[in-house]
Design a protein around this ligand. Structure first.
Ligand SMILES: [Zn+2]
Length: 466
């Protein structure tokens, strides 16, 4: 029994070497309530109250920050530009307390990491996520190599919108027209069929989920927005969705069913063995989403192809390019915060530098967003530093597995379920190595990004040159 839980026991043992004395830990926990946690609460309470003054349809309006940020998806460029400018102006007027919050939180995390004998807050975060520094470096190296390709995507998107260069406020602008409506029944049949191309077991899971009504599908008054999958018992899950009769609705369902399939494979494990870190939690969902995307692309008319590719590349660009900018920024903030507090102007400069290193000339540098450090609540947590690179790991690990599947379907299928059932039982690098994949060198990550590169090339070829 102990041997079967060897990984988590060894992990607990190592964790114990990173504790202060019991009295010090008790004091730190108590002070955290009026320290780090209080600053995090200030950030969320204060920023959720922010109202933005904005002229829309010839009328001056007061809108909540979240509503103004959502205007980034508006088809009208003038609306997006005005929303962006009003948003940035509002953050500027609010920067002092928010800078105080980030300084306090990062200062506290630095102090505790040192006392707990971590080399850095990043090392503590890597430990929590079951990955090592070598793996992170290999992934980041491949990500940096892909930035010129993502800039090609951004330039193609600019062409599609008839612009010389994309501004920050064009990142989420809609491109392409999707004429095809995906009814829920159609999505149900399509997913079952495509999952069936992978294996009878995956198909069977989808059939069961639809047949036994595991999915709360439609939006209703009083129902929370979004989508997620929850393990219920043994091999059963339940899915909350807010189904929209469009490609995205179908794709989201396939994603959540991937989580249900992951849970199915974890069914034989004990509670301690199923503790999957964030880095590996998206392994099956991304894989399933990629299966239905490739199949939908095959049959789609050209305008539909453009819209599917754009949605997927927009997401990949966030997860690879934007996430790297957040990672670089957070690393620099921790480093500099060791010496002293940082002013809002310094925080802005660090972030603009990071956006320059990642987006580069893919966006007009005069329109970078200097206040994303105020926007993203992920920076305001003492328990979860670097809540950014695990997203990239999740996407690229799922895509890399898809590339392996394309390469040698039989060998892949023989080991995939075992890999999913083991995600709480080893470091990511060990688990991948058992499956014959080396994630500590950049090649695997390059093959993940090649899946994205192929989409970028296809997208470019569909957008007529200017
Ligand atoms: Zn997910």
């Amino acid at each position: 029994m102990a041997r079967e839980h060897g990984f988590m026991l060894r992990k607990a043992k190592e964790e114990a070497t990173h504790l202060m004395t019991a009295a010090e830990e008790a004091l730190a926990a108590e002070l955290n309530l009026s320290g780090g946690t209080a600053w995090a609460k200030l950030h969320s309470d204060f920023t959720s109250q922010l109202m933005v003054t904005l002229e829309l349809d010839g009328e001056v309006q007061e809108l909540p920050m979240s509503a103004v940020r959502n205007l980034a998806y508006d088809p009208d460029r003038e609306v997006r530009r005005r929303a962006y400018e009003a948003e940035v102006a509002t953050w500027r007027s609010a920067e002092v307390p928010i800078a105080a919050a980030i300084n306090s939180i990062k200062g506290q995390v630095n102090a505790l990491a040192e006392r707990r004998a971590w080399d850095s807050p990043l090392d503590a975060a890597l430990f929590q996520n079951n990955i090592d520094r070598q793996t992170l470096d290999a992934m980041m190296e491949a990500a940096h190599e892909s930035f010129p390709d993502f800039r090609r995507y951004l330039r193609a998107k600019a062409r599609a919108l008839g612009l010389p260069v994309l501004a920050w406020y064009d990142i989420f602008a809609p491109v392409g027209k999707s004429a095809k409506a995906w009814s829920f029944e159609e999505a149900d049949q399509f997913i079952i069929r495509q999952f069936g191309t992978f294996s009878p077991k995956l198909r069977g899971l989808a059939e069961r989920a639809f047949g036994e009504r595991w999915i709360d599908a439609e939006p209703r008054p009083g129902k929370v927005d979004g989508a997620f999958c929850m393990w219920l018992r043994e091999d059963e899950s339940r899915i909350l969705a807010n189904y929209k009769a469009a490609y995205n609705g179908m794709s989201t369902l396939a994603h959540e069913l991937g989580h249900a399939y992951h849970n199915l494979n974890l069914a034989s494990r004990t509670v301690l063995q199923r503790r999957t870190p964030m880095t590996l939690a998206e392994t099956a969902s991304i894989f399933c989403q990629t299966i239905v995307r490739q199949a939908a692309l095959e049959k789609a008319a050209i305008p539909e192809q453009i819209s599917i590719l754009e949605a997927s590349l927009q997401n990949a660009c966030q997860v690879v390019v934007d996430i790297t900018s957040r990672f670089l920024f957070e690393q620099n903030v921790f480093e500099k915060r060791k010496q002293r507090e940082l002013s809002a102007a310094e925080l802005k400069k660090l972030l603009l530098d990071a956006q320059g290193q990642t987006y580069g000339d893919g966006l007009d540098p005069d329109t970078y967003h200097p206040y994303m450090w105020a926007v993203k609540s992920h920076y305001y947590s003492t328990g979860r530093s670097f809540y950014n690179y695990p997203y990239m790991f999740g996407l690229l690990f799922g895509l890399g597995l898809y590339a392996c599947y394309q390469d040698d379907p039989q060998r892949f299928k023989a080991g995939y379920d075992d890999l999913l059932s083991s995600t709480g039982m080893g470091n990511a690098a060990e688990l991948a190595a058992r499956f014959g994949i080396d994630i500590q060198t950049p090649d695997f990550w390059r093959s993940s990004l090649d899946v994205v590169r192929a989409d970028i090339e296809r997208f470019e070829s569909l957008i007529a040159p200017q």
